[in-house]
Design a protein around this ligand. Structure first.
Ligand SMILES: [Zn+2]
Length: 137
């Protein structure tokens, strides 16, 4: 990998798998300027998971779409972007834990709702209202 500061070659100095094995975190150090940075290797979910959309047809499941839904459900929390990243990872742990390439939309929504509700009941309710236009599962 190339250093984002100077463009030099960066080598991996530490590497850790997440407990579920679905992503790998790597600490990298630039050989040229000694800048240290972190990369996260994740499954490009849209390449393996599709869902049956409510309006019909299969749609790829994009991490960014889940992130946006989670972020909105946090409702302007000061730390929303970092929290949304972590909660999105948890959502995908559950979604990938289904171990199937095609999911029903409601299965994905259930995992997102449960993840948000476990974090904060209000965030779960906000998700239902924002995404599904209702207030209870
Ligand atoms: Zn560098």
């Amino acid at each position: 990998m190339v250093c984002p500061i100077c463009g030099g070659n960066a080598e991996v100095s530490n590497s850790r798998k997440r407990r579920d094995g679905f992503s790998v975190w790597r600490r990298r150090r630039c050989r040229n300027c000694s800048n240290v940075f972190t990369t996260v290797e994740q499954i490009a979910t849209e390449s393996i998971i599709a869902f049956e959309a409510a309006e019909g047809g299969l749609k790829p499941l994009r991490r960014s779409d889940v992130y946006v839904s989670v972020f909105k459900a946090l409702g302007g929390l000061r730390t929303a972007s970092l929290t949304a990243e972590q909660l999105t990872l948890t959502c995908f742990d559950k979604i990938l834990g289904e171990r199937t390439a095609v999911l029903e939309q409601r299965t994905i929504e259930k995992h997102i709702f449960e993840t948000l509700s476990a974090y904060q009941s209000l965030a779960g309710q906000r998700y239902l209202l924002n995404e599904l236009g209702r207030t209870a599962v």
